[in-house]
Design a protein around this ligand. Structure first.
Ligand code: PMV
Length: 325
């Protein structure tokens, strides 16, 4: 059987960084994110008794490292569905991979939905989120709709994501500023292994639950300024952990800092915009939709910004009819 799914990437407002169980990808802490309307992965999966091996093509390329991770995920699906057929997987992102735009979140969410359907399973959103989490932690947040909380959980069955508010609840905008398309040299999976070497990680963990509660309250009341201040300081805190890990993880480029400094300057002049950033050099600017055009026109004046991608809050992973092969 053949199935195709499309899933959004997501941007974490309160971030996931560090695992309490590496194999199951159980996070050290809960996190909170928003699905993104213009960063997505489309994936077609077919299981067929005629196939002689698994084939995986991502963005028209066959790369061993990425293929191995996909095949491990197909094995999880085969085990759930109790089948032993080989599969063909074709997957395409509509945005650059490995630059901090979380292609693994949209990628593993789309793969989980397409592969489980193609294997004849009809998983609930909770089951899909649990499955996606095992491929890439943040992928479990790309299954439900809109604004999403990942409940950290103590076991595989209790670590999954739920929708906190639907995608049309709040018209905030995420404008991605792409400053370089170079792939980062240390993946999130690898980088997270060093989290406990930062002397500040314990302090972060002690405060993270109250941060999640705080962001939910600010979203309830749509208090944009306080929301923005919280997400920007959270992103900087995450990078403080990364920079003080051993080895030090420095994901920013000089161009990233140019954008950060500009955002702070624009704010001093009254434009309400905040930034957040993951593992990579590209940076997300968050503003209210009324300020979108102003933010875009200012960003366009920064020569270090190569490309801009504008996102609204989006629904989660879904099945579509148009197959990629
Ligand atoms: O799911 P991973 O292994 O790609 O890790 C994601 C880590 C961050 O993007 C930095 C934070 C997050 O919560 O998305």
């Amino acid at each position: 059987m053949k199935s195709t799914a499309v899933a959004p990437s997501n941007i974490a407002f309160i971030k996931y960084w560090g695992k309490k169980d590496k194999k199951l990808r159980l996070p050290e802490n809960g996190s909170f994110s928003m699905n993104l309307s213009n960063l997505s992965t489309t994936t077609t999966v077919e299981f067929d008794p005629k196939f002689k091996k698994d084939t995986v093509v991502i963005n028209n390329k066959r790369e061993l490292k990425k293929t191995e991770r996909v095949i491990k995920h197909l094995d999880r699906v085969r085990k759930l569905a109790k089948i032993d057929y080989w599969a063909k997987v074709v997957s395409e992102n509509n945005f650059p991979t490995g630059t901090g735009l979380s292609s693994s979140s949209s990628g593993f969410a789309a793969l989980s939905l397409a592969a489980s359907k193609a294997a004849g399973l009809d998983l609930s959103k909770k089951e899909l989120s649990i499955l996606a989490r095992q491929g890439s932690g943040s992928a479990c947040r790309s299954i439900p709709d809109g604004f999403v909380e990942w409940l950290d959980g103590k076991s595989s069955q209790s670590s999954y994501s739920v929708s906190y508010k639907s995608s049309n609840y709040w018209d905030i905008i995420d404008i991605v500023a792409i400053v370089s398309q170079a792939e980062k040299d240390i993946s999130s999976t690898k980088g997270q292994e060093y989290v406990n070497t930062s002397p500040f990680f314990k302090t972060r963990l002690a405060n993270i639950k109250s941060k999640i509660n705080k962001i939910k309250k600010l979203i309830d009341k749509k208090k944009f300024r306080q929301f923005g201040e919280l997400i920007e300081s959270e992103a900087l805190e995450l990078h403080a952990i990364m920079i003080t890990s051993k080895p030090a993880l420095i994901y920013w480029l000089p161009e990233t800092l140019v954008v950060m400094k500009s955002v702070q300057k624009w704010r001093q002049k009254g434009l309400e915009v905040y930034f957040t950033i993951n593992t990579g050099q590209d940076i997300h600017l968050i503003c209210q939709s009324k300020d979108k055009d102003k933010v875009i026109s200012r960003l366009k004046q920064i020569k270090q910004v190569n490309k801009i991608i504008i996102n609204k809050p989006a629904k989660g992973a879904k099945i579509i009819k148009n197959h990629l092969f």
